[in-house]
Structure formats: C-alpha cells, structure tokens
Design a protein around this ligand. Sequence first.
Ligand code: ARG
Length: 472
Amino acid sequence: MTGLATGACVGDFSRPIMWKGRFQEQTAELLQTFSESISFDWRLWRHDIEGSIAHSAALEKAGLISKDERAQIVAGLREIGAEITAGKFEFKIALEDIHMNIEDELTRRIGDAGAKLHTARSRNDQVATDIRLYLRDECDALSVLVRDFQRALVELAERESNVIIPGYTHLQRAQPVAFAHHLLAYVEMFARDAARISDARKRMNILPLGSGAIAGSTIVLDREFIASQLGFDGVTQNSMDAVSDRDFAVELLAALALIATHLSRLSEDVILWASSEFQFITISDAYTTGSSLMPQKKNPDVAELTRGKTGRVIGNLVSLLTTLKGLPMTYNRDMQEDKEPVFDSVDTVKNSLAVFIGMMRGIKVNRAACATAVADPMLLATDLADYLVNHGVPFRKAHEVIGKAVALCAQRACALPALTLTDYQQLSSAFAADVFECFDLAKAMAARKATGAPSPQNVSAQIARWKATLAG
Ligand code: ARG
C-alpha cells in the first residue's frame, strides 16, 4: 500500500467491522479498498494510542471502567504500539483506518475492557484529536529544522562576510550588496516562517476529544482532565465546530507552502549563482549530481527538486481548502482526504529543509568571480545621483543627469569612471573632482548605513544579532 513504511497491510475483506449490527451484507471489497485510509493514516498510530490512553484515564475517573480494565487497556495499547514500532503489526484494510485497526486488535486481545474504550467517543473526535497531536509534534520538528536552516545561512554569511556581489532587481544588476546581506534576507523570511508555525501550533493545541460524533455524549467525561493528560492548552467549546474544524491543518499547510516558496526562491538564487554565467558559488560534490551523458556537468539538483516540489506543497494547501469549501456541518467523509496532503507537505518540507541545510553548509564562494562581477561601475550609478543630491541637485534632476552619463557611456562603449571630469561637468556644474570617489566600492558600502542597509557595520551587527537569537 502506498505510504506504508511499517508493518504490513492486508486485504482481509472477510473481517467483521464495527457497524456489523446495522448491516446484513458484507461491505463490497471494492468499497473497502476505496474507503480505506489505513494505507496512509497508519502513521497516526502513536498519537491514536496516546489519545486512547488519556481517554481511558477519563473513563476510569468517571467510574465507567475499573482500575484493572484501565490497566489492561494501557498494557494492550502499549503492546500494540511496540509491535507497530517493530514492524510486526498487521494492519487490515477491512478495518478502514488506524483507529479501528488498533481498537479491534485491542479488543481481540483483552476482550470486554477493549470493547469499553470507545465509550463517549466517536472516530470524528478521535481523528480530530489524533491529527492535532500528530501535527503538534511535526510543528516542533519543523521549528527545529527551520532554526537549523537559519543557522546554516548565518554560518555561511559569517564565513563570507567580506564578499560583495551585485544585487539584482528584475534580474538586472542594480546595486552592490554584501553576499551576507543577501543570505540574511532569507534568515528574516524564515524567522517569519518559524513564527507562523508556532502561531499555528497554538491554535492547534486545543482538545476536540469529548465532542463525540457531533453533539458530545450523554456520558460525560472530564475533558479538561484529558486535555491536561495530553498537554493541550484547553478544550474546544463547540462540539460541532470541534469535529468539523480543519483550520489548524490549513494554517499549517499555508505556513508550509510559504516555507516551500521561500526555499524555492533561494533555490533559484543558488541555481543562478552556481551557473557558469555567474560562478559566484560552487556546490559541493555531495549535494550535486552529474549527467549520464555530458561528462562535464555538475547539476544543482537539490535546488531544482526543492523548487519543483514547491508546486506540490502549494497544491496540497489548495487541495485541502477545496475539499473543505463545500462541506456542510459537521464531519463529512470528504475530510479523510485531509491526511495525504498534510502528510505530503510535512514530509516534503522537512526533507527539503534537511537537504538544503547540508547543501548550504558545503557551499564555497568564488570570491574572485564575485569581485569581478561587482566591479561593474554601473552598480554605482545611483551613488553618483546621490552625489549630486549631496551637492544641492534635486533627485529627479540628478537621476536625469546620470541617465545622460550612462547614455554617453553606451555611445562611447565605455564605463562611468572613464568619462572625464569635463564630461561630467558638461552634464552638471555640481560635479567636482571628488566625483570619482563614488567609484570606491568600500566607501560606497560604508555609506549604506541606514537601518536595514548593507554597510559592513550593519551586516556584522545583523550576523551577531542572529547568532545570539539562534544560539542554543
Ligand atoms: N478515517 C476517518 C477520517 O480520517 C476517520 C473518521 C471516520 N468517521 C466516520 N464517521 N466515518 O476522517
């Protein structure tokens, strides 16, 4: 079965299922295969067991099961968990999903105590609980990865803090920037991503269990007690909302889509920088691939695949929104379709981040190629306009004057520093001999000291800030 990485999944279509009382005929095999989710929701097993253990504690607290029955339930569930971990548990398609697979096996093993577990519970509140528990863990794993990724960027920024490259707008050379400044832009983006994940986690961390199928239960359990057992911050306040809500999954998918988008943009930068045309960086052999035909090739596949997978991660967000948009209250079976996009986005983004961390750590900057590219004096055309502004010329006028200087260069096929002082003075009387100092790259960088601009001092301060923020 697709996605089944542990245990086995068998098509034992003859097994009785949970609603056998109401039905005379066996479910069609075709429907069983169509409706099963065990092939992908098996991975909720740990959280399903965790939820059931907490639920059984509330059943005992309410006097619905004895201490001994609770002990049997807990031991049985742990045993099942150990078998799943060991890959020895046999998941059955006839039992549809992870919830029924575990409950059925528990009851087969311990009898009546197992049959009492589903008291005051529906798969509707159970699955809502399981996904929240599962995604809560994934949020934590993602937060760690995002921070590690930021650290990898900051390390590279620090290692290459003296390198200046052309900054681009419209992919046309614009103004010089520190290579570190460019990397730190991504550190900022991923800080917002990390904040979005922890924000989504907060809203996710509310317990739906106890909402039953739609309207709670006449058998009243201490939901706050279950919540505290499971580390939830509170309990949902409306049973209908609780079983129909997948906002938390949408929020996480949106956060993941944005992370993937950010990675995709960085991928594009990396691909350009590693190209023969740019040659700003070399990606290590360990994170590049060759060509089966062209012996000279060294391809940036990590970046390309990450960029490519972004389409799927964005698609997963749209897929879940589309699934939800036509659903009347409350739980509808359509909602089972939430899992594959959620699992896929979580896996894809985690894998992309992990492999990107490795790739970024192995990147070598080709300082000479960067220096050659940034030596293009056109990058300092704006600095020349600023020079005129500092000599009393209104900016719009200064812009026009420098535009004419650039046009003159184009006509003469020369660079801005090759124009003579006379040339400059013919364009504007505000020019003096010190105009040529504008072409001093170090001075030009040092002058960019507004908050957020890439003067060397600012860049070092930002590196220090991020190192402190990301320490530990
Ligand atoms: N496998 C189902 C899901 O993922 C569990 C809930 C099923 N509830 C039901 N009433 N059929 O959504």
